[in-house]
Write a protein that binds this ligand. Structure first.
Ligand code: ZN
Length: 74
């Protein structure tokens, strides 16, 4: 990809964390953002976001699964 990746915004997550896709693509990866604290995430990050309940959001889990499938060449 020719799109240069910029640093992600990473904030200490709050009790209101609520992750969703932004519809934007960063460096060829789907960009997710937290409505609660403004943090951002893409699938190549080593960490995985959780919402205020401590659960990995469905959209994030789907992106993780899709990324794992890509690594396995499927
Ligand atoms: Zn957050």
């Amino acid at each position: 990809m020719d799109v240069p990746a910029r640093p992600l915004a990473i904030s200490p997550c709050l009790a209101e964390c609520d992750w969703s896709t932004t519809g934007d693509v960063l460096g060829g990866e789907l960009l997710f953002a937290c409505d609660g604290c403004g943090s951002e995430w893409v699938v190549s990050q080593a960490w995985t976001p959780v919402d205020w309940r401590g659960l990995v959001p469905d959209a994030v889990r789907r992106e993780r699964d899709a990324d794992r499938d890509r690594e396995h060449g499927r």
